[in-house]
Design a protein. Sequence first.
Length: 419
Amino acid sequence: MCSKPGPMRVLISASTFPLHSNDGLPRFVFDLAQGLSNHAQVTVLAPHAPGALHQERMADVDVQRFTYFLPRSLQALAYGHGIRDNLRASWWARLQPPGFILSQALATRRLADRLGAAVVNSHWIIPQGLSTALARGARRRFLHVLSVHAGDVYMLEALPFGSALARFVVSRSDEVMAVGTHVRDSLDALLGRPSGATLQPMGAGVRSFREGPVEASLGERFPQGYLLFLGRFSEKKGTVYLLRALPRVLQEYPGIGLVLIGYGVLEAPLRSEAAALGIEDSVVFAGRKTHEEIGGYLRGSRVAVVPSIVDSRGETEGMPTVVVEALASGARVVGSRVNGIPDVIRHRENGWLCEPKNPDDLAEKILMALAEPDDSPIWTQAASTADGLDWSAVAAHYARVFERLREGSPRTPTGSEGT
């Protein structure tokens, strides 16, 4: 393990990472890395993908991408928005996990050694946590901070050897950080003991969402404004329940619309649902938008709705970053009482919480949000919550954890808050 003097060097390992800073892919790992660059020298290790460079510098972050399957043109496991979706969609992808894990482990060890990295921060238990645990080895050649999000825990719950795998990765981690209460509790159940995980939701670039132009192109179509959903069209996002809540909202606000920003395998069924409900004229499927465009839509929305659920596989989200982005933009936020959302949204204090899978309750909470006066103290609390989850604050907490570990201090107590 490297010595303490000199600037701290941090290696972040992730499989979901943008190919460039504004390509519409989830960017929370990049934003965390950029925030950490104020405290350390940061390098990100990510899998190579078509159109990506093997080595580049994005803002203040060095990015290295590793090859995990040959020929490279057939790499299919980590391309796009999610390993799990790729595994379901592609036989080629199903052949690639063993090579991915081993290639990532070798790349992690070599890069950590070359950089003299004090800390490797892996995101998701599998594959990154496992690869980092293998690279670290039993002799603890670097400190390993494991960030647990949600899908990794739920995937392991479904595997016959998932508990053993989770115990192995955690045993070779010096700190565990979970994005939400439900994620931490599910990890504890998977391990069969308390994980000691620190709660730390992902953040948002508050200033970038608070400032800037407002999306105004829908004003003529929706004279009473629009509700906004942002995310992939997957079951756990609960988008269908938002569609089913909309007719009740339209009874009181006939000029309001619903804008859905995203994409995914459920888009066609959702379009069919909107047609069956007779609300297709009030719904816009806006497709994928850039980071800057999303900010404009959030600032222009009447209510941002996050109707997440526990899906048919028993899975849900960690803490959707759109919650923080919406709070930062000044939008009224309605979210489900699911996983990490209640960790951030406090009902009628900085937003509204509804029961998952309940269109009537969701509609009621949307109507409450729409009726809230513009001078409500809720907006002050919402802004304060967003400030506490700005990437600068989240990264500062990560940096404090890294420094504490370098100094040899033990883990923080179970359940301690990061912000």
